[in-house]
Design a protein around this ligand. Structure first.
Ligand SMILES: Cc1cc2nc3c(=O)[nH]c(=O)nc-3n(C[C@H](O)[C@H](O)[C@H](O)COP(=O)(O)O)c2cc1C
Length: 461
């Protein structure tokens, strides 16, 4: 069989992910895995009609398609996403119709599930036969059980094609036909006082988005800055070169304006409102490029303490995966998510009210420097980074290591000597059944609240 592998790594053949594909190819010599470098060649693919058509031709006459890609900031690389946009924009969806497909993603398991969900939903939108995904940690191929399971994953995939198995659909098509939003209500203007508010967008083509942005900016007594990513000189997507790892110096430094924009507009803001229109289950690839290029800050939070909100045109309520990505992004950044306003309402008045409350909440939270605690999204994500930067990834991510020391990210429990001594004493005491019974039946519940009660009852705090 001939399988087309769409390579999502900006590093082309020099890709970790492709080693997994090469491994499969070596073990299944009876099938051809034809690798096409997508992310690395996106400029040519987008500009040169023939290059794009040749790829689509390969797909059309293949027995199946493997989406093989590295995780990039919660999903896929912006260039890979651009390719997906081109499939829909250039109306070549037919080439994918009914093709058997699987997803192979390498990562450090930071939000690999949202990337897999996203790709699965795109495959369902393309009416492909989605067989399965395989999402190993980038160096797992060194492990025998991963090698064995990878081959099993490939075998299952080939079997599915040969036997024309029925595959499971996981996502419904998006149904979205918004009413035109035209602002109707005029509220009292809100004073931003000394807060710096920045609105960032990727486009003003979507009328509802444009009107929502306009209404939001008009809610305030002062002028609110609007930055359109299209007006910033951004030479390209993240190269994946990891030059930034040593001291946050991106390979694009001095070559375009992205870093200057990020540092001067976003890092200095108190309140940031990200706005965009949903395109094929994510914000646009322009937005994705923003997220990827933001990686010049590597794994160090760069928007800590800020209030963040989203104004979105599109069916966000039907894409909980995207909502989770955006929420996780704010938590990982150490900022406070104030909320989302979308155009999924029956009337313009409802959107007016949502925007007004949203504006008030942004200012209120900023005034008192409110940051709600991170949920699993932020806490778990940070623990993955903490362990990786402490261990495997300390080199090349030297800048992260220094920042994590300064920010007390290395809060490993093993350094907590007080709890280690307490655990030792209690574990020892519990070896005696009578003491154990007493502790577990009478003391656990009350002892759990003791440290908190102390704070509650201390009137000086
Ligand atoms: C800019 C950038 C963003 C990344 N984002 C993520 C991420 O969100 N989650 C994750 O687990 N790994 C992330 N990674 C790690 C890569 O996914 C991982 O190293 C992958 O194996 C690289 O594969 P490749 O060599 O095929 O490009 C990121 C790496 C880079 C350079």
């Amino acid at each position: 069989m001939k399988i087309v592998v769409l390579n999502g790594s900006p590093k082309g053949d020099m890709s970790v992910t492709m080693q997994y594909i090469n491994y499969i190819q070596n073990k299944f010599k009876n099938h051809e895995l034809k690798i096409i470098n997508i992310s690395q060649r996106i400029n040519q693919i987008e500009k040169d009609k023939k290059t794009f058509e040749d790829i689509i031709h390969e797909i059309k006459f293949s027995d199946g398609v493997i989406w093989a890609f590295p995780l990039y900031v919660f999903t896929i690389h912006s260039n890979y996403q651009r390719f997906i946009e081109l499939i829909f924009e250039k109306n070549v969806v037919d080439a994918f119709d009914g093709k058997y497909t699987s997803v192979l993603a390498t990562s450090i398991h930071f939000y690999d599930h949202t990337a897999v969900n996203y790709m699965n939903s795109i495959c369902d939108d393309l009416n492909m036969n989605y067989v399965d995904y395989f999402s190993p940690e980038m160096y797992d191929l060194r492990k025998e059980d991963t090698q064995k399971n990878l081959l099993q994953f490939a075998q299952n995939y080939f079997n599915a094609i040969e036997n024309k198995v029925i595959t499971l659909k996981n996502y419904n098509p998006i149904k979205y036909s918004p009413n035109k939003y035209i602002p109707e209500i005029t509220h009292h203007k809100i004073d931003v006082s000394n807060k710096k508010v920045v609105v960032v967008t990727d486009s003003l083509e979507d009328i509802n988005l444009k009107n929502m942005i306009h209404k939001f900016r008009n809610s305030f007594s002062q002028t609110i800055e609007l930055v359109n990513l299209q007006d910033i000189d951004i030479k390209g997507g993240c190269l994946g070169c990891l030059k930034c790892g040593y001291n946050y110096a991106c390979a694009y430094t001095g070559k375009d304006d992205f870093i200057n924009f990020y540092n001067s507009k976003l890092k200095t803001a108190d309140i940031i409102v990200f706005t965009g229109a949903i395109k094929y289950r994510h914000l646009s690839s322009t937005w994705k490029r923003f997220l990827d290029r933001g990686f010049f800050n590597t794994h160090t939070p760069s928007l800590s303490g800020k209030q963040i909100g989203f104004i979105i045109s599109g069916a966000l309520r039907q894409i909980p995966n995207l909502r989770q990505i955006l929420e996780a992004y704010t938590q990982w950044q150490g900022s406070n998510l104030v909320g989302f306003v979308t155009d999924e309402y029956d009337t313009s008045i409802e959107i007016d009210q949502q925007l007004y409350v949203f504006s008030c909440n942004l200012i209120k939270s900023s005034t008192v420097n409110y940051i709600k605690p991170a949920t699993f999204l932020g806490v778990a994500g940070m623990k993955i980074f903490r362990d990786e930067i402490w261990g495997n990834l300390r080199f090349p991510f030297v800048a992260d290591h220094n920042a994590y020391k300064a920010l007390n990210v290395y809060d490993f429990p093993q350094k907590n000597y007080k709890s280690r001594i307490r655990n030792f004493i209690f574990m020892l005491m519990c070896k005696f059944p009578s003491i154990r019974k007493k502790i577990y039946s009478n003391q656990i519940k009350s002892s759990m609240v003791v440290p908190l009660k102390k704070i509650v009852e201390d009137t000086t705090i």
